[in-house]
Ligand binder design. Structure first.
Ligand code: NAD
Ligand code: IPM
Ligand code: MN
Length: 353
C-alpha cells in the first residue's frame, strides 16, 4: 500500500509538554500503522529553554519553517524564569499568524471517570467549545505609559470585528448542525461590554437565521459558567470570544474530571496555513518532572489532528482506545484518582490501539 505522508512539526515545549507529547506520538504511530497514513515528525526544540539561550522563543525563521508543515503538534509552553507573557506569545502568535481562528475544544465526561460534580453521568457532560482564536480580548493591542510612576496607565484593547465574529459563529452553527442536539449557546456579556458584545449578539442574531434547524440561546458568560456546573446536560455547542472560551474550557475540562483531559484544535478552516493541535492544559510546573502528568489531553489532541488530516476513522480509533482504558479504571494518573504514571497510561492506550 502506498502511504499518504503528512509532515508534522512537533513543539513539545516546556514542563509536562515534554512528557505528554511522546505519549501522544506513540499513540499516533500505533494508530496510523498499516493505515495508509504516514506521519513524519520533525522535532522543533522551541520554548523557554530556547528563550533562555537565544532570547527568542523560536528561531528567527520559525514561521517560514512552520508554514512548510501539514500540521503542528504542541505540548505546552511556560516555565518559571520566563515571564508568562513572553512565553505564551509563541502560542498566541502562531494562532494569529496562521489565522487559526477556531479553537475547537471538546469536553466530555468519559465512562470510568468521576466528575467533581455529584451524580453526573457521561451523557450529562458532552460539550464542545468553539472559541474565537485570533482577536477579541487577545488582540495584543495596547500599551503602558508613565511606567513605574503613580500616573501609570495600561490599556489592553479588545478588538472585535464583524468578520471575525461572523466566521466563528458560522463555524459553531455548522458544527452544531452535525451533532444530535443541534443547540448553540453563545457566551455574551452585552450588559457590561456594550460595544464589543453588543456587536457579537447582533451578528449572532443575523447568523442564526441561516440555521433554522439549530436552537440558539445566548447567556451572559458569568451565568453560563454557573450553568456548566449546575446544568451541564443542557449545553452542547458553546461559542465564545477568546478570553471567555479560555475560561469556560478550563471549567469544562475540570468537570470532565481533570485539566489533563481536554484537547484543543487551533484550526484554520481554509487550510491556507497549518493548524495546530494541543492539550488545553499548560506546562504544570507543580508536577513537571515527576512523570505523573495525564497524557490523555495530548493523545486526544493527536486524534483531532488525524481527523483534520482527513482520517476520522483514525481519530475514532484513538478515542476508542482512550475510552476503553479509562473505562477499565485500572490505569489512571493521580489527577483522576489513580496511581499510574504518564508512561503507564500511554502504554495502555497504545496497546489498546
Ligand atoms: P496548568 O494547566 O499548567 O496547571 C493548572 C493545574 O492543573 C496544575 O495544578 C497542574 O498540575 C494541573 N494539570 C494541568 N495539566 C495536567 C495534566 N496533564 N495532568 C495532571 N495535572 C495537570 O496552568 P497554570 O498553572 O495556570 O500555568 C502553568 C504554565 O503553563 C504558565 O506558564 C502558563 O502560562 C502556561 N500555560 C500554557 C498553556 C499552553 O501551552 N497551551 C496553557 C495554559 C497555561
Ligand atoms: C490556553 C492557554 C493560553 C490561552 C495561554 C497560555 C496564553 O491558557 O491555550 O488555553 O489563554 O489561550
Ligand atoms: Mn487556557
Amino acid at each position: 500500500m502506498t502511504n499518504t505522508e503528512h509532515r508534522i512539526a512537533v513543539i513539545a515545549g516546556d514542563g509536562i509538554g515534554r512528557e505528554v507529547i511522546p505519549a501522544g506520538m506513540a499513540a499516533l504511530e500505533a494508530a496510523t500503522r498499516g493505515s495508509g497514513v504516514l506521519l513524519s515528525f520533525t522535532d522543533l526544540p522551541w520554548g523557554c529553554e530556547h528563550y533562555l539561550k537565544h532570547q527568542r522563543m523560536m528561531d528567527a525563521d520559525g514561521f517560514a519553517r512552520l508554514a512548510q508543515f501539514d500540521a503542528i503538534y504542541l505540548g505546552a509552553i511556560g516555565a518559571p524564569g520566563v515571564p508568562d507573557g513572553v512565553s505564551a506569545a509563541l502560542l498566541l502568535t502562531i494562532r494569529q499568524r496562521f489565522d487559526q481562528y477556531v479553537n475547537l475544544r471538546p469536553m466530555r465526561l468519559l465512562a470510568g471517570i468521576k466528575s467533581p460534580l455529584a451524580d453526573r453521568r457521561t451523557s450529562d457532560i458532552d460539550m464542545v467549545c468553539v472559541r474565537e482564536n485570533t482577536e477579541g480580548e487577545y488582540s495584543g493591542v495596547g500599551g503602558r505609559i508613565h511606567v513605574g510612576t503613580a500616573n501609570e496607565v495600561a490599556q489592553q484593547v479588545g478588538v472585535f470585528t464583524r468578520r471575525g465574529i461572523d466566521r466563528i459563529l458560522r463555524y459553531a452553527f455548522e458544527l452544531s448542525a452535525t451533532r444530535p442536539r443541534k443547540m448553540v449557546a453563545s457566551a455574551t456579556k452585552s450588559n457590561a461590554l456594550t460595544h464589543s458584545m453588543v456587536l457579537w449578539d447582533e451578528v449572532a442574531d443575523t447568523v442564526r437565521k441561516d440555521y433554522p434547524g439549530v436552537e440558539y440561546r445566548k447567556y451572559h458568560v458569568d451565568a453560563l459558567a454557573a450553568r456548566m456546573v449546575t446544568h451541564p446536560q443542557t449545553l452542547d455547542v458553546l461559542v465564545a470570544s477568546n478570553l471567555f472560551g479560555d475560561i469556560l474550557t478550563d471549567i469544562g475540562s475540570a468537570i470532565s474530571g481533570s485539566l489533563g483531559i481536554a484537547p484543543g484544535g487551533n484550526i484554520n478552516p481554509t487550510r491556507q496555513h497549518p493548524s495546530m493541535f494541543e492539550p488545553i492544559h499548560g506546562s504544570a510546573p507543580d508536577i513537571a518532572g515527576k512523570g505523573i502528568a495525564n497524557p490523555i489531553g495530548a493523545i486526544w489532541a493527536g486524534a483531532l489532528m488525524l481527523d483534520h488530516l482527513g482520517r476520522r476513522d483514525l481519530h475514532d480509533r484513538v478515542l476508542g482506545a482512550i475510552e476503553r482504558v479509562v473505562a477499565s479504571g485500572k490505569t489512571l494518573t493521580p489527577d483522576l484518582g489513580g496511581s499510574a504514571k504518564t508512561k503507564d497510561v500511554a502504554d495502555a492506550i497504545t496497546g489498546e490501539i
